[in-house]
Structures are given as structure tokens and as C-alpha cells.
Design a binder for this molecule. Structure first.
Ligand code: NAP
Length: 266
């Protein structure tokens, strides 16, 4: 086996990495970190804010970037996204399925439309992107898929998140079975289970604010009993994703990394 140097293991120059939900929050943190490691980045998001973020990443890190406005729950949008990736970059080395929503609503108050929306974005969207990425990656017999699940894929964190928990348990189940299916093609499939991470989405949820007014620069108070004593930062999920997508994790597939400051220990 060819033993690479550590700095070579974390060098992503020449790789193409696609991040969904990349306009803000964890997704943008992941896109930024992979760009800093030299990868060309495709940012896919329903929010148009990603267009400017893509330009900033290209300027700052000298990599090629592309923003594609995408609703991951739409099969047409996802197919068109991967057609653009194939046309612009010719291959895909890593997909990070991060787009997701987490509205809080007790089951007894939930209408069917909200249930379906949560499953459509969090689970169907992950499936659609996995399927299209897999088709591209089998051609090169190489690739990495990382699904951003949640601690809620393993254990409930709060009342009101039953639909979310169902979707994230689904994401974890999909991850394991797809890892089996794609192992013969040398494509690794793993998941990350973040705990409470300070993002625009979480700021909005806790403050009842709009995302435009949310302030992820606010002090990192722990909203719940986190042994590490603070919330996580998007970049801490990004470095975990970088590890999983790198050859540092060359024998890791079908796994979930819990990155939660010890929250699940309680
Ligand atoms: P966020 O700050 O709300 O950012 C999510 C991004 O995804 C936004 O740009 C959002 O656009 C976009 N998005 C929403 N629906 C989409 C769709 N249908 N298609 C494409 N993009 C869509 O969220 P986050 O806190 O970074 O969370 C990212 C992921 O991590 C989610 O899967 C979440 O479940 C998971 N996670 C987060 C935490 C946490 O504490 N933050 C913990 C565990 C797991 P709009 O703003 O226009 O909706």
C-alpha cells in the first residue's frame, strides 16, 4: 500500500466536491473548508445567497466554484444539478448531503403537508442526490458520499422533532445500506451526526427570527446540557467531513461520526 504523507492526505486539489444546503450554516462551513483544502466546489441550495458565497470562495482560495439553485426534494432539480456537474467538471469526487430543515411541531399538531415536506427535503433529497452522485462515481470507481444526519438519527433531542427524527433515522439507514451497495465500486458512504451547531437555521429556530436577521456571530451559549459546555461550530462539522472524504478515512465506510460535544452521553 502506498503510504501518503499527512499533508498529501488532506490535499484536495483537483477534486470536485458538491455540497447541498451550502448557502449558509454547516453547508457553507463545509464548502469553505474543502475550498481551503484546494477542491473545486459546487454549491447547491434553494437559497440564492449561495451565488455570492461561491464567488467569494473562488476569489479567496483560487478554486473553481459553481452555484446551482436547487431544491433537493425536486427530482428534476437534482437531475439537472448533476448534469451541470458532469458538464462543468466531468467527474465528482465527493458529495456532502447537508440540505435539511428542522421545524418543531408535536405529532398531534402536525398536518400531513408538513410531515411530507420534512421527509421530502431531508430523506428524499438525500436519496436523490445519492443516486445521481453514485451514477457519476461508479464511472470513475472512486468517490465519497457524506450524509449530514443528526444526533436525532440515534436518539431524540427534543419533543416536537418526531418527523425530523424519522427523516434522520432514514438518512442513517440509507447511509448503511448504500455503503454496502457501493463498496464494490470503491465508493465510501458515511454519515455525520452533529449535536447543537450554531447556524443561521438554529438561531432562527431559537429566536423566532428570520434567517436574514439571525446572527451566528452571537455568543456560543449551549442551549442544552452539553458536556463540552458550548455549541458546536460549522467548521467543526467541516473538518469532520474533510477527514471522512480524505484518504485518512480510507477504510471507513457505513459509519456515523457523532460530533456533539458529548451531548448523547447525557
Ligand atoms: P441552516 O442554517 O438552516 O442552512 C440550511 C441551508 O439549506 C439553507 O441555505 C436553506 O435554505 C437550505 N435548504 C433548505 N431547504 C432546501 C432544499 N429543499 N433544497 C436545497 N437547500 C435547502 O441549517 P443548518 O443548521 O446548517 O443544518 C444543516 C444540516 O445539518 C441539516 O440537514 C440539519 O438537519 C443538520 N443538523 C444541524 C444541526 C444544528 O444544530 N445546526 C444539528 C444536527 C443536524 P433556506 O434558508 O432558503 O431555507
Amino acid at each position: 500500500m502506498n503510504i501518503k504523507k499527512t499533508n498529501e492526505l488532506l490535499d484536495f486539489h483537483g477534486q470536485t466536491v458538491l455540497v447541498t444546503g451550502a448557502s449558509m450554516g454547516i453547508g457553507y462551513g463545509i464548502a469553505r473548508r474543502f475550498a481551503e483544502a484546494g477542491a473545486d466546489i459546487v454549491l447547491a441550495d434553494i437559497s440564492p445567497l449561495g451565488e455570492q458565497k461561491a464567488q467569494e470562495l473562488a476569489q479567496t482560495f483560487g478554486v473553481k466554484t459553481l452555484f446551482v439553485k436547487t431544491d433537493v426534494s425536486s427530482e428534476n432539480d437534482v437531475i439537472s444539478l448533476f448534469e451541470q456537474v458532469a458538464k462543468e467538471f466531468g467527474k465528482l469526487d465527493a458529495l456532502i448531503n447537508n440540505a435539511g430543515i428542522f421545524p418543531m411541531k408535536p405529532v398531534l399538531e402536525m398536518d400531513l403537508a408538513l410531515w411530507e415536506k420534512i421527509q421530502a427535503i431531508n430523506l428524499r433529497g438525500t436519496f436523490l442526490c445519492c443516486r445521481e452522485a453514485g451514477k457519476l462515481m461508479v464511472k470513475t470507481k472512486k468517490g465519497n458520499i457524506i450524509n449530514i444526519a443528526s444526533v436525532d438519527a440515534l436518539h431524540p433531542s427534543s419533543v416536537g422533532l418526531a418527523a425530523y427524527d424519522a427523516s434522520k433515522h432514514g438518512v442513517w439507514g440509507l447511509t448503511k445500506n448504500l455503503a454496502l451497495e457501493l463498496a464494490p465500486h470503491k465508493i465510501r458512504v458515511n454519515a455525520i451526526a452533529p449535536g447543537g451547531i450554531r447556524t443561521e437555521g438554529v438561531e432562527t429556530m431559537s429566536a423566532g427570527a428570520t434567517k436574514a436577521a439571525a446572527n451566528p456571530e452571537a455568543p456560543a451559549e449551549a442551549p442544552m446540557d452539553v458536556p463540552w459546555g458550548r455549541m458546536g461550530e460549522p467548521d467543526e462539522m467541516a473538518t469532520t467531513a474533510l477527514f471522512l472524504a480524505s484518504d485518512m478515512a480510507s477504510y471507513v465506510t457505513g459509519s456515523i461520526i457523532v460530533a456533539d460535544g458529548g451531548m448523547l452521553l447525557k
